[in-house]
Design a protein around this ligand. Structure first.
Ligand code: IVH
Length: 677
């Protein structure tokens, strides 16, 4: 190794080495690793390590050489969150924002001064990071809010996530924020995906989730993800404790995080509304996907008082911007065959700019929708785009008609296989609303869409529509289960598929064989069972076997699950009673697919305890106190008896306090009660 006379000259060499190592890594990720760079890369890394051993002051824990993620993982480990990761309640208008304020004010002691804090709501994937003594120990996804996945390796490749904190370092801290992909990165990524015949990402959120929820950190590293920190949990620091959310943001900046600069402390709701309006003006030019503004009560003590209802805190609201709109002319209406055989009419038009990207088709959902809109080919229409790439038609400008517009009619047979079509009710609620289905079990388009859906739920990004079609044409696969028994040699012999790409495909499939029950149910493509319903079914039953068992006996346990109606029940029962479907599931299992069962959450610390509240509490309303008890698993009773566990007493407590004393029931002051919760 070359010797350096002093730290300054050594430092110059270290900078050069770091730059070149970063460049080679970039090359490695984007250009499929020419062998020579491996050797050069290792050697330069070795030299860097040697110099740093000699001059430890040149070490920088956040330098690029520490961001290597290591080998692909066999699966993600589950992580139980110490502090639950919540969702936000949406508000869709200024009026709803005022309603939110009214509800809050009712729950706080009269004349409480409220200060708000506004920040951007990024459209990405929530992540949580644990630091002990300043060092990054763990990074996880949100999951269901209670249990997430350990994605530390992938998160470590993101440059805006410090591996080592700086400044006033806390003993312990959990940092929450959003992993995002810039709009520009998504456009470039989709160009590459298209060239390689892979799945296109519908929006930055899907692309981010897809990059984080895959097992090879090399891939995550190539996706140019970023992290915006927005919250602090479990902060332990002897010298300083923030008492407002805005101060938490300052802490985050101080210790090395990127916190978006668009934020504001607001004295009242009018200032909040000004913030919302001024960001709306620059939103479409903002580098990242956003779907609104997060508004919080700034003071942490008040946040605690207001607490959480269901999945979301009462002290926060997400103001959602209305979707962006543009006008265009419908050139034609085409019919697409979906994975369940459903025929979806699509409006085609000249490429039109809306919400920062160019679109040339929009879904019309079904015939009903076309009739409701009275849409005809040649019409001028208003299209609307929320976060996704495919927009929808929301209005027809009938005044723009010339008389030459043509009505659209659903075809009499499937446009893909010419098979028969059947009509089914869309939902029990809408009596006249029907959807058209291709009923040919062997319909090519239907099967293709089904397999595409299947691999995308399994996050197998190597297999896009073009590759799948090729595999089908070559006879390598006939159904989605065949994917899991693909062999490297089968693929490598196909024209345009080298050894390397065959290896990548087989490796990725191998890594994705393990799946959660909810995603598996979603992948199965059961009619009416989307991502949300699949999650509800998984939560309720816990294992696939229980669902199959339930369907066999025709017990209508499914019907009793909240949010699940008779249409879903019928379709789930039908699906699991069909022998072909059970065979398909067996085949998947034989080919190595493993379905994880759902971990149930245990009861709270007040389980089995009954509380009685009496008198006026000074720091929280009675309603909030009740909620806290229920949330911890306890019960509330209106009167004191020998079954009462505790009586919580506020000011002017009356006869209930006397009964408690008589029955020798434990009495709690407000302070004691607050400590317990
Ligand atoms: S605060 C209480 N702040 O929005 C839990 N969330 O709809 C919310 N999000 O899961 C945390 N930007 O992924 C917060 N500045 C921001 C955010 C933000 C994006 C996401 C987050 C959360 C989801 C809830």
């Amino acid at each position: 190794m070359a010797k350096y006379p002093d730290i300054k000259t050594a430092g110059l060499r270290v900078n050069k080495l770091r730059k070149e190592i970063a460049r080679l890594r970039e090359l490695y990720h984007t250009a499929d690793s020419p062998d020579v760079t491996d050797v050069v890369y290792d050697s330069l890394n070795r030299e860097l390590r040697d110099i740093i051993r000699e001059y430890p002051n040149l070490d920088d824990p956040n330098a690029p050489e520490y961001r290597v993620g290591g080998k692909p993982l066999p699966k993600f480990e589950k992580v139980k969150h110490t502090v639950r990761m919540l969702s936000l309640n949406d508000v869709f208008s200024i009026d709803e924002l005022y309603d939110w304020e009214k509800r809050i004010k009712k729950l706080l002691p009269a004349n409480t001064k409220i200060e708000y804090f506004c920040e951007i709501k990024f459209d990405g994937l929530a992540g949580t990071l644990i630091y002990e003594k300043g060092k990054l120990m763990l990074g996880a996804t949100r999951g269901d809010g209670f249990v997430g996945e350990d994605v530390t390796q992938n998160l470590k490749t993101i440059h805006s996530i410090p591996l080592q904190l700086k400044g006033n370092i806390p003993e312990f801290i959990e940092v929450r924020g959003e992993v995002v992909m810039s709009k520009k990165t998504l456009i470039n990524l989709n160009k590459i995906q298209e060239l390689e015949g892979k799945i296109l990402f519908a929006n930055t959120r899907n692309a981010t989730a897809g990059s984080i929820r895959q097992l090879d950190p090399k891939l995550a590293s190539s996706r140019n993800l970023e992290f915006f920190a927005y919250d602090v949990k479990q902060y332990k620091n002897k010298n300083y404790i923030p008492d407002t959310h805005s101060k938490e943001h300052e802490v985050l900046r101080d210790i090395g995080f990127v916190v978006d600069k668009n934020e504001k402390i607001c004295k009242n709701l009018e200032e909040v509304i000004n913030f919302i309006k001024s960001f709306e003006k620059i939103r479409s030019n903002f580098l990242y996907g956003t779907d609104g503004i997060v508004i919080s009560i700034n003071e942490l003590k008040l946040q605690e008082v207001l607490g959480v209802v269901g999945k979301a805190p009462r002290y926060m609201a997400a103001y959602k911007y209305p979707a962006e709109r543009a006008t265009t002319i419908v050139k034609d209406v085409k019919v697409n065959v979906g994975r369940t055989g459903v025929l979806t009419p699509l409006a085609l038009f000249e490429p039109t700019l809306v919400a920062g990207s160019t679109v040339s088709k929009a879904t019309l959902h079904n015939m009903d929708q076309i009739e409701r809109l009275d849409l005809r080919i040649g019409d001028t229409v208003v299209i609307e785009k929320a976060g996704d790439v495919i927009p929808k038609v929301v209005e027809v400008l009938t005044r723009m008609r010339t008389g030459k517009e043509k009505k659209f009619k659903m075809p009499d047979s499937c446009p893909a296989c010419l098979g028969d079509i059947d009509k089914k009710l869309i939902s029990e609620k809408k009596e006249n609303s029907v959807a058209y289905y291709c009923i040919n079990k062997k319909c090519v388009a239907k099967n293709e869409r089904y397999i595409e859906h299947f691999v995308s739920v399994f996050d197998i990004y190597e297999l896009g529509p073009k590759v799948l079609r090729r595999f089908k044409d070559e006879g390598l696969i006939t159904d989605a289960a065949d994917i899991f028994s693909l062999d490297k040699s089968d693929i490598a012999t196909l024209e345009r598929f080298g050894e390397k790409s065959a290896e990548n495909i087989v490796e990725e499939i191998k890594n994705k064989k393990r799946i959660s029950l909810s995603r598996f149910l979603w992948a199965l493509g059961i009619l009416h069972v989307g991502e949300e319903t699949a999650r509800d079914l998984a939560q309720h039953f816990g294992t696939l076997e229980k669902i199959i068992e339930n369907s066999k006996e025709n017990i209508n346990e499914i019907d009793s699950i909240p949010n699940i109606g008779p249409a879903v029940t019928k379709s789930v029962l039908q699906f699991f009673q069909d022998k072909n479907n059970l065979h398909f599931i067996e085949k998947l299992k034989e080919n190595g697919v493993v379905i994880d069962k759902v971990e149930k959450i245990k009861g709270g610390k007040f389980e089995g305890l009954t509380f009685v509240l009496t008198g006026t509490l000074s720091t929280m309303s009675r309603e909030i106190a009740k909620e806290k008890i229920i949330k911890l698993g306890g019960k509330i009773s209106g009167s004191v008896s020998k079954n009462t566990s505790y009586v919580v007493t506020g000011e002017d407590a009356g006869s209930k306090l006397k009964s408690a004393e008589k029955l020798k029931i434990k009495i709690l002051t407000e302070e004691e009660f607050k400590k317990m919760i």
